[in-house]
Design a protein. Structure first.
Length: 138
């Protein structure tokens, strides 16, 4: 998204988050500075998109309890929306990311090229059962 569209979408998300905090009484769980914390903003964005699809999307047969599923997802994600550092209402910046270790990218590439987990043929953990099922299907 271009910056202007991104800003408009964040305004829309902020309006929805205000509604969410009030409607579901989450004002003590979602900090007012949620937009300054990328993981919280990402979770709220996912909830918002899910909410739109659930409440404004087309009715899909077999999804009669979609609203209940969305509410369950909300409460499942609620612990991830809480920030102990900002619980008092004062924003505290997230800790800085650690410096990338020298040679880490080369070490990762070497792992990809030499590790059995990335170079051996894939095997299914239930390979014997899959074989029996294939034999029964023929």
């Amino acid at each position: 998204m271009y910056p202007a569209e991104r800003q408009e979408r964040l305004r829309e998300l902020a309006e929805w988050v205000d509604w969410l905090r009030t409607t579901f009484e989450l004002h003590n769980r979602i900090p007012p500075c949620w937009y300054r914390h990328l993981p919280v903003a990402e979770h709220l964005t996912a909830l918002y998109v899910g909410w739109i699809r659930t409440y404004a999307g087309e009715q899909v047969p077999g999804r009669e309890l979609a609203e209940v599923d969305w509410i369950n997802a909300l409460y499942g994600l609620t612990p991830r929306l809480q920030l102990a550092a900002c619980a008092t209402g004062t924003h505290e910046a997230p800790p800085p990311l650690p410096q990338e270790r020298r040679g880490a990218a080369d070490e990762f590439e070497a792992f990809l090229q030499t590790s059995r987990s990335t170079t051996d043929p894939a095997r299914h953990p239930a390979e014997a059962e899959l074989g029996r099922r294939r034999a029964g299907m023929l």
